[in-house]
Write a protein that binds this ligand. Structure first.
Ligand SMILES: Nc1nc2c(c(=O)[nH]1)N[C@H]1C(S)=C(S)[C@@H](COP(=O)(O)O)O[C@H]1N2
Ligand SMILES: [Mo]
Length: 318
């Protein structure tokens, strides 16, 4: 039997209902009303809710529905966040991220690719071919969730941008704007938040660019309007509110590597056998659960990604 704690977000077994309660308090009311009336809401607009019907009929390469684990309550996904641009406490992003302006939004693409330039979110993301992907998310701090993301495979975006053979890695940056992101007045991280993937990791069909969760447009605290999700890696690889994509030859120096290179590596693959210098990674606390659970190698996605690291020493390449 699963023993559950009574956290603020833990009041209902029925995630969908509780999620609706939550969203009814937000500015999605209008868009959600449209869907309720049977009209397909404008799917080309990042600011609108996504049609549930549309989501159900999407063809998925991998939708994560094999995960038997319960999806994490929306209230936890929306109120327990790491987004240092809005503060260091878990509830700071939900409280403070209303200042982020996500429309209009542009992403600059440069480096080793044919289609360099500045793109709108709609240029990059095909809003008519969104997929729902239910993924485990394991933070390096040893807590985890199961999150129903909405997005597209990053590979689809990369194909549009046409990287050349010199592109060995893809690099991402979050917006820098102290007015919109008050946490950037503190120099914890050297802003912008930076992350990167090796090209084969970026092209793996599991890697997505998310624009929504629980069938709704992504909320600011989760990285609106578009954020990376790499489910076999620690959560910090999932850079939020992306404004820059660069195709580069050398391994990029990501934010956490800069801050503490012996604690956070470039690969950051979930690995129960390689402890963080200050704590074990063998188990995790699934938000909403009482008991800890064992952490899975590659967060349970080894079948799809272990081959990427053949012959690599995972203790050195942590
Ligand atoms: N720009 C930016 N992206 C970020 C972070 C951040 O502080 N700033 N935190 C990371 C960490 S440590 C985690 S665990 C995830 C959390 O994602 P979530 O809040 O959507 O669950 O976002 C990652 N992406
Ligand atoms: Mo994290």
């Amino acid at each position: 039997m699963l023993i559950k704690t009574k956290n603020a977000w833990d009041i209902s077994e029925n995630n969908v209902t509780s999620e609706k309660d939550y969203f009814s308090r937000r500015d999605f009311i209008k868009a959600a009303g449209l869907i309720g009336a049977g009209t397909a809401a404008s799917l080309s607009m990042p600011g609108s809710a996504l049609s549930q019907e549309k989501l159900k009929t999407l063809a998925n390469e991998f939708d994560g529905r094999d995960i038997q684990d319960e999806q994490t309550d929306a209230r936890a996904i929306l109120n327990y966040n790491n987004f240092y641009e809005f503060g260091m406490d878990k509830d700071d992003p939900a409280k403070n991220s209303h200042t982020l302006i996500t429309e209009p939004w542009t992403v600059t693409v440069d480096g080793h690719c044919e289609n360099r330039g500045t793109f709108s979110v709609e240029d990059l993301i095909d809003f008519n071919n969104l997929q729902e992907r239910i993924y485990r998310m394991r933070c390096v701090e040893a807590w985890s969730m199961v999150i129903p993301w909405v997005g597209v495979s990053l590979s689809e975006i990369i194909k549009k941008l046409k990287p050349t053979s010199n592109a060995k890695y893809v690099y991402f940056e979050t917006l820098v704007d102290k007015k919109q992101m008050p946490g950037q007045n503190k120099g914890i991280i050297k802003w912008p938040y930076r992350e990167g993937l090796r090209m084969d990791e970026a092209m793996n069909p599991l890697t997505i660019m998310a624009v929504g969760l629980y069938g709704e447009t992504l909320s600011n605290q989760n990285g609106a309007p578009l954020r990376l999700v790499v489910p076999w890696k620690y959560g910090f690889k999932g850079v939020k509110s992306i404004v820059k994509i660069s195709f580069v030859e050398k391994e990029p120096n990501s934010s956490w590597m800069r801050l503490a290179p012996h604690e956070y590596g470039f690969y950051a693959n979930v690995n129960p056998k390689v402890p963080h210098p200050r704590w074990s990674q063998a188990s995790e606390r699934r938000i909403g659960d009482f008991r800890r659970r064992d952490t899975l190698m590659y967060n349970g996605y080894g079948e799809m990604v272990a081959h990427l690291y053949d012959g690599m020493d995972l203790r050195r390449n942590f």
